[in-house]
Design a protein around this ligand. Sequence first.
Ligand SMILES: Nc1ncnc2c1ncn2[C@@H]1O[C@H](COP(=O)(O)OP(=O)(O)OP(=O)(O)O)[C@@H](O)[C@H]1O
Ligand SMILES: [Mg+2]
Length: 397
Amino acid sequence: MIPAVATPETEAPAAAEQGSPAVGPLAVLRLAVSEFRCYRDAAIETGGASVVLTGPNGAGKTNLLEAVSFLAPGRGLRRSGLAEIERHGAGSRWAVSATVTQPTGPVTIGTGRDPDAGEDSERRVVRVDGQAQRGPVVLGELVALSWLTPAMDRLFADGSSARRRFVDRLALGFDPDHARRVAAYEQAMRERAKLLERGNADPAWIAALEETMAGEGVAVAAARKHLVERLAAAVEEMDGAFPVPGLALTGELADWLGQMPALEAEEKLAAGLAQSRRRDAESGRASAGPHRDDLSVTFRAKGQPARLCSTGEQKALLVAIVLAHARLVAAERGRPPLLLLDEIAAHLDAGRRAALFQEIGRLGAQAWMTGTDELLFTPLTGRARFFRVAEAQIQAR
Ligand SMILES: Nc1ncnc2c1ncn2[C@@H]1O[C@H](COP(=O)(O)OP(=O)(O)OP(=O)(O)O)[C@@H](O)[C@H]1O
Ligand SMILES: [Mg+2]
């Protein structure tokens, strides 16, 4: 079935206003989804401009942002299982296809749950210009993206794992290999915990896993620390509409990296793990490593930890971090990441909303924004393409 394509009648200009990056913005020109959550078949043409999706609750707005998030490696912005995404009652597996600008010209990315694997398979397949790829990792070279969702309103209140994931997503914008390292570290940590629990495993086997944990773990912590330090410098250059967050990576590994070369930190971690096997066998955990890192965020002008700030202040701190990151990625990769901003207008006051829209334009980033109230996006008229989403139907405005 050929999906109905939603295209606005008026041409919207490209997102870049000024200071456009050297290789042109990264943008999704066309997005098509099939059997994806509430959508049987739907498509959207952006012309490279930013996108505003408005409509009632449950219309299918966030689902489209989630579809875009699968153009990067990882589990998407909801982190749900791939099987869960299949439209209820669908006859075939879900798929997302997108035409995405690249310095050498547009490429078509296709991805979805492997149609040839078993019913419970969580394998994601990727094609680039029709060519099958070995996995989603290649997408890190093609697409950088970051997102802000209502679920992240709890980022500062919840446990540290969500903050580590947030940092890792941002680090991926610079180093597509970062996700592989995090996964390799975590897998070695899990295997070690299993062997220690069993009790009679070969010590050489455990030592090999600890060596992997030390090597990958220090690399992960170093990448996070480097990122957070650069972000801390970049947020200083914000134009004042957003609060300047105080940012630091905390954890013993981050401390060691401030005191000694990475190689020494690796040896220290490996030695520490070897010494704590008995204790770790009892606790089922590893005594040290990047799984204990945390991102510390403060509202600097108030000297207040982010978790004590108001909901709107916390949102503004997050926006400041995401925008600073986009600026860093633009400087390093020549183009800013895609920005997926779900219900972004909800907690921002009018001044901050205007500043956000202006900064998106200045960056030349393609932003995908959602909201229930179209009026809040009025300042973007003529600069973004507007679509109305209702009951899984997309109508260009
Ligand atoms: N696998 C699935 N199959 C069919 N429908 C699904 C599936 N997963 C989610 N949905 C439905 O998709 C609908 C749209 O969800 P979505 O989160 O995109 O809404 P939304 O427009 O962002 O709404 P809100 O304004 O409340 O955030 C929901 O009603 C949800 O139940
Ligand atoms: Mg939503």
